[in-house]
Design a protein around this ligand. Structure first.
Ligand code: FNR
Length: 367
């Protein structure tokens, strides 16, 4: 179908599923084990209802914001997803170019298909990019990656902490990959075991010994704000604040790691209240959420509950797998239109006016 016939992110996914290589579909769409968490990520949003306000002059609404000190046109960012070229030959560059046009921040994955330099050079001069980091068993390699990112102008470091070992994504494991690997891995001649699916093939370097004592080292090698990606309970959010992080992403890695891990938005209320109880200012310490976001209304719910922004993964990679960069443009436009409408109908003119009282999350319960 023509791109203009896609009027929701779901439509883009449906097209992608039919046109993209099945290996790519299996890698992108899979979740861990029985995919209970994968499904729960999206359905958690269905348990949150609005309490709209009326009669509030919503002729003008705006929803730009500031994330880790960087401007963003909407409270969302393109999160890191590995192996962008499985779905489309231009891979991550589709995301870079579209993010630039829409004033949205892109998180560059450690395991991008395109090289880091390629992704940085595709960015406009004033375009913000962050780096997602998998800490390597060889810390010298990690230090080099981090320093290179900072000196090239990357504005934030998102350290993935929910993947000391990659989860079992069975759909992906059943595919036998012979051509997988990042450009950098191929260049370095690193030996890759391709018999267990794409995810396992590329991830054996990740250091499972990473722990809170490493925060000192991480902070010593960079001045970028450090955010822990993959926090799944309030205790770890408080610890992250106490260890000098700039924020956390409440995330279960898109349901690809521990099945039955809670969804980010489900634990958001208890995280916000624990941070308050521990005297953490959530203006300075920013809380992000990702997983299962498919509508601007989902984003507004997360914002109402205290998130600064949400990360969106699969919808953007499906969009470019189906239609290239224009598909991502379309996804961004759909979200922007939905935002405008949803804010108006909710009775909020700006994100500041989206408050906890505007949602009913009594069914959210994560006791
Ligand atoms: C991911 N995610 C991820 N996260 C990370 O920190 N490093 C990575 O290399 C990857 N790779 C990756 C690949 C693919 C195909 C997916 C779908 C996801 C997780 C990602 O950043 C994010 O947490 C989820 O994708 C959010 O869920 P949705 O938006 O995909 O539902």
């Amino acid at each position: 179908p023509a791109l203009s016939e896609c009027i929701s992110l779901h439509d883009l996914e449906t097209v992608a599923r039919h046109v993209m290589p099945s290996k790519a579909w299996m890698y992108y769409s899979s979740g861990a084990d029985d995919e209970i968490t994968l499904r729960a990520n999206h359905s958690a949003y269905h348990r949150i209802w609005f309490r709209p306000r009326v009669m509030r002059d919503v002729s003008r609404v705006h929803f730009s914001t500031s994330l880790l000190g960087q401007k963003s046109s909407m409270p969302l960012y393109v999160t890191a997803t590995a192996l962008g070229k499985l779905g489309h030959p231009m891979g991550e560059l589709n995301l870079t170019r579209s993010a630039a046009k829409h004033g949205v921040i892109q998180m560059i994955p450690t395991l991008a298909s395109c090289s880091f330099d390629e992704i940085r050079s595709a960015a406009l001069e004033n375009q913000t990019q962050w780096l997602q980091l998998y800490v390597n068993r060889n810390r010298d390699i990690t230090e080099k990656i981090v320093r290179r990112a900072e000196s090239s102008g990357v504005k934030g470091l998102f350290v993935t902490v929910d993947a000391p070992q990659l989860g079992r994504r069975e759909k992906d494991m059943r595919m036998k990959f012979d051509d997988v690997g990042t450009d950098e891995q191929k260049e370095s001649g690193e030996k890759i075991d391709r018999s267990q699916g794409a995810a396992r093939a590329i991830s054996s370097f990740i250091d499972p010994s990473l722990n809170w004592n490493d925060m000192g080292w991480l902070k010593s090698i960079t001045n970028m704000p450090i955010v822990l990606k993959g926090v799944q309970c309030w205790q770890d959010a408080v610890l992250a604040a106490q260890h000098g992080c700039a924020g956390v992403v409440l995330s279960n890695h898109g349901g690809r790691q521990l099945d039955f891990a809670p969804s980010g938005v489900e634990i958001l209320p208890e995280v916000m209240s624990a941070l308050r109880d521990h005297g953490v200012s959530t203006d300075k310490f920013q809380v992000f959420v990702d997983g299962g976001v498919r509508r601007a209304s989902d984003i507004i719910k997360a914002v109402a509950l205290g998130a600064k922004a949400v990360g969106i993964g699969r919808p953007f990679i499906y969009a470019y797998s189906a239609y290239g960069e224009e598909g991502v443009d379309r996804a961004m436009e759909i979200l922007r239109d939905e935002f405008e409408m949803c804010l108006r109908l909710l009775g909020a003119r700006s994100l500041d006016e989206v408050t906890p009282e505007m949602v009913n999350c009594s069914n959210l319960g994560s006791a």
